[in-house]
Design a protein around this ligand. Sequence first.
Ligand SMILES: *Cc1c(COP(=O)(O)O)cnc(C)c1O
Length: 456
Amino acid sequence: MQEKTIPYKIYLEEEEMPKAWYNLRADMINKPAPLLNPATKQPMTAEDLAPVFCDELIAQELDETTPFIPIPDEIREFYKMYRPSPLVRAYCLEKKLQTPAKIYYKFEGNNTSGSHKLNSAIAQAYYAKKQGLKGVTTETGAGQWGTALSMACSYFDLDCKVYMVKVSYEQKPFRREVMRTYGASVVPSPSETTEIGKKILADHPGTTGSLGCAISEAVEVATKNPGYRYVLGSVLNQVMLHQSVIGLETKTALDKYGIKPDIIIGCAGGGSNLGGLIAPFMGEKIKGNADYRIIAVEPASCPSFTRGTYAYDFCDTGMICPLAKMYTLGSGFIPSPNHAGGLRFHGMSSTLSQLYDDKLMEAVSVEQTEVFEAAEQFARVEGILPAPESSHAIKVAIDEAMKCKETGEEKTIVFGLTGTGYFDMFAYERFNDGKMTDYIPTDEEIAASIATLPQI
Ligand SMILES: *Cc1c(COP(=O)(O)O)cnc(C)c1O
């Protein structure tokens, strides 16, 4: 009766927290394609990247051979404020669903920023400080990344300039105020403060903005101001590296109880939480030491994996960032404004894109109304009010658990519960009022933005 011995929450001791991040690329047989310099179309060198990113982060970005990269003590000390994070056995959800499946979730929402983003924010702020920089610039969509970065910057006494997608700036004033409370300056994007912002506003008057626009603005400001660098909260290899703490802790906790997952599920926007959660499991899978079904869940309104093209593309609308080979909808793709929560990026981590192309993982897309139905169901039994992003993973975890109910299989399902939804109450309100709608882009819309991919 091993089952009875598994607690509702598995908490690790502080000493069991990982001492090194795991760099999955070191164990990948087909490495992700390198970033290309947009001017020369040659692989980006550390020198090319130096005006934009912090030196140590560039080294991590380009490192595809070192499997384990030690976590500096200063970062581990900060992690202790909110880590190790619990791995929860969703007994109440299982009971409600009457499923023989065993469901676990790794909860990353237990910090003020409300998501996993702090795992990378604190690392990036640390390396910026260590390099003697004055500050960093970034973009934020729904606001979690900006919030996490502002917390990290205030801890290391760095200036923090955040370009926030305009629609979120207006709809999520509370996130904005959390950032300002931590000392960040927050500008709605596109803005008149940058050349690219002015151009985007001239070309698309009244635009509600996109992550791609905000990235262009933040990069421009970083490169024009001495002592500043740009930091990004997802997509990049370095971010996925930092997020490996999620997967490493999950694996340690499961191993302690001899649990082997059958299915691992995560939501995918730029791919950082999913990449971090699956890293050690995917490493075993690549080496042939274990087999897991790994599922990325994305919104049907921004379906990079399931309907995108695997090609080199710009990461930003202004086309000034390096080119990344990834599953993309085209850098001009802007998700419908009725799309509520996060996961709005047009592309996807190049590491996850390669793994997906190699058929080492699957992807599904789900519509937002069914995502909120899953969120409601989860909140009512497990207590946590989930972020809309995280709820994409909940939806598919429930679907898989219901399949088990039909077949009688006792599969073990692990999913990433990336954050809480307290700042997403406009979206919940729309759902509760029955006013939430789904929007799926047409093939023509996707084809039109794919047609603008750079020719490499
Ligand atoms: C940012 C965010 C995501 C998506 O980002 P990834 O890089 O794809 O992980 C998911 N959930 C929450 C709560 C977020 O804040």
